[in-house]
Design a protein around this ligand. Sequence first.
Ligand SMILES: [Zn+2]
Length: 561
Amino acid sequence: MGSPNATVLQQFILRPIMLIVIVLSLVYPATAIAAVKNVIVLIMDGCGDEQLTLARWYKGSPLALDAIRVGAVKTYNADSVIPDSASAGTAYAAGVRTNSGVVSLSPKTTTIPPAPAHTLKTPRQPCATVLEGARLLGKSTGVVVTCRISHATPATYMAHTPSRKMDEDITEQAVYQNIDVVMGGGKKYFRPQSAGGNRQDQEDLISVLQTHGYRVIQNRTELHKLDKGKVFGLFASNHLEAEIDRLECAPEQPSLAEMTRKAIQLLSANPAGFFLLVEGSQIDWACHAHDPAHLIGDLLMFDRAVQAALDFAQKDGQTLLLALPDHNTGGMSIGNQCSDHYYTRLQPEALIAPLKKMQLSAPTLWRRVGKDKTPEKIKDTVIRYWGIQLTEKDAQEILKKAEQYGKNAHNAFGEVICPKYTDIGWTTHGHTGGDIPLFACGPHRPVGLLDAPDIGRLTAEAMDLDLNLLSARLFVEARQAFPAQAVRLDHTDPYNPVVRISYHDRQASLPVNKNLLYWGEEVLPLEGVVVYLPETETTYLPVQAIQAIKGESKPLPPITK
Ligand SMILES: [Zn+2]
């Protein structure tokens, strides 16, 4: 027993102080960092370390990426050790390992056990993305790519479809997602077939965008003039040009770095911050085709986009920047069977000399061959644009392989030329399954070896966003919210299905892929899009729509823990 004074000290002063310390340490753990204001994710599609090393030798000085290397990422998906861009993108966008070809839905089949943190109970349902979450947090959102905007990687951040090939549905969801800045290609998926576009539903999404207050721009002059507002930059009917071809073939198109810089300028006007996805989309295609010219041009331009983002992030101090491939492609190596007997003496100049002579991407080189598919024409075209003097036998081999490759005829150039005239090796025209490098800077930056879904999870956590709560708020199966017989999918117009819900003698209508609720005389804009999964005949609605139909005025469920 201590003295009475010691007991008083303990009871009335020390204990309360300790209690306060314990409570404070629970509320504010020592490691807690405030949520970031902005997140920029830059994806180099289909890339790996050897491609980056090659680009560095070619450039002759460090890459912007070199300064922020932090770790690596395991890329396998739910049922393959080698992912495609849709499943890889879903892991980054929604924090979920899924099946190849699937756009931000949970997997139907899982053959490779996921990490315990990433286990999902329900198969095939929409999984909310960090872009959708950022928007609900009041941040501005943006997507900048060099492919059509409905291609796999951007699709995973903006849309939810069972197949990456559903370009019409993906484009429509992107238009109705209330995204502030979207730049890339794919104009044909915005126009109805009746006006020369690709849309079978006959909708004119460019008019829709204009009605919603967007500027729709089509070239770099218009891009440079922009200083505020919401914008869709649609710079090509399908994909943008390869960087190496751009100035010659489409000088009116902006570069990836120009688009990135403009997107950051527009998005950073929001005091609540922003989320931006940037993709160097064609690095993957270059590696599929074994095309060093296309690869180096696009990878160095991607690095310039990284520099633009880094300049902003480092000055801002409240931005998490992540840069990484989604998977690797082509199995590229510095060194091939040709260099077996001299690799210990290989000089940088010798490595890059043949690559410096290549002035066009392989697809454009193939187009330059034209209709005259003769060995002579192949030899003329290759010496003129790639600076390599082929033999008659090489030219014949290129023609033979080109015929076998059909629509990918241009694969033949790299396949014949790289092993014989360069020190670059390739193992496959597909993807490969190795870990990929991770680059990051800013608050909440990760370190070490990560699982692909960790990228989505940590992006969300950095913004103080819970992806499970977000999915529960944006995607409720309609038949779980209303009696099954009250919900019906109206296929009267097969290309424009509408969810009809009968409730207390009134009927609500929600067009699929849009964020609209038609309710009596009113049209209510919703905070998320209506998703329809044909295979299971299920439709998913935001909680907001359900509450509006039921006349409930309670606050929407939280999306932060
Ligand atoms: Zn690919």
